[in-house]
Design a protein around this ligand. Structure first.
Ligand code: PAF
Length: 260
């Protein structure tokens, strides 16, 4: 079974011993209820780091909707098995009290914090910055891995690491999809079986959308009972992407694709 670290003292002892052995540490922060998307991050981390640590912590401060927090799925036993089977070396599972003992930080996200998820979920990115900064301080990894599904979160974390002069390489990994095309997410379990099987239409629509047919795509998503929050193209540096968010069957889903 995987090594479980439940206090900051246990974590610190483990990290110190690994660093004394000059091992590079890869870190995969998660909120649990792990799936193949998370395992792709563990496997990517294993390719370039000597040791991989995951964390499981459902961070209350990043939920702008308390029922989303209350209904967030949990299965620690299954998570531990998946991590062990994928040769993750250790998992940090802190309590809220331990996490909150680590000093907090606030970062000015500029316009990045005002669009899409920043606009739809007030306070969400402040909560993400807070927890990821605290976890980075506790784990002090060489590299940290995040999924491209939450692409704006990846950019927020990069900006935070930069603003706080943390020497941690932040790596984004390709989106892993269910057979239907639906981007993997812990929340997918809350979709009914029928709707989950049909939910690939969101990715299919993204793949067919361009600057000229974006209005038609919005209408198509809405006609298919997707309560659309946004379907927007944004450029970050050279990277141009089409982003979508909305509710399907009462479950909030996000996705994005690269636009050429
Ligand atoms: O992407 C997530 O699962 C969470 O936002 C993260 C990065 C673990 C912070 O709580």
């Amino acid at each position: 079974m995987i090594l479980q670290l439940r206090t900051l003292a246990e974590l610190s002892e483990f990290i110190t011993s690994q660093k004394q052995k000059k091992r590079t540490i890869g870190f995969v922060p998660t909120m649990g209820f792990l799936h193949k998307g998370h395992m792709s991050l563990i496997n990517l981390a294993k390719e370039s780091c000597d040791i991989v640590i995951a964390s499981i912590y459902v961070n209350p401060s990043q939920f702008n909707d308390s029922s989303d927090f209350d209904n967030y799925p949990k299965d620690e036993q299954k998570d531990l098995e998946l991590l062990s089977n994928n040769f993750c070396d250790a998992v940090f599972i802190p309590t809220q009290l331990e996490i909150e003992s680590i000093p907090n930080v606030r970062v000015d996200l500029g316009t990045l914090g005002d669009v899409m998820e920043g606009r739809s979920r007030p306070g969400h990115f402040e909560g993400v910055v807070e927890i990821v900064h605290r976890l980075f301080k506790a784990v002090s990894p060489h590299k940290a891995f995040f999924g491209n599904k939450d692409y704006q979160q990846l950019l927020v974390v990069k900006k935070m690491a930069d603003s706080c002069s943390l020497s941690i390489e932040i790596i984004g990994a390709s989106i892993v999809r269910e057979p239907s095309g639906l981007a993997m997410s812990s929340r997918n379990v809350r979709l009914s079986k029928d709707i989950r099987n049909k939910a690939g239409f969101i990715y299919e629509t993204l793949s067919k959308t361009n600057l000229f047919n974006i209005k038609e795509s919005r209408a198509f998503l809405t006609d298919n009972e997707f309560e659309l929050e946004y379907l927007e193209i944004h450029s970050f540096g050279d990277d141009k992407r089409l982003f979508v968010a909305g509710l399907l069957d009462g479950v909030r889903l996000i996705d994005n694709v690269k636009v050429n």
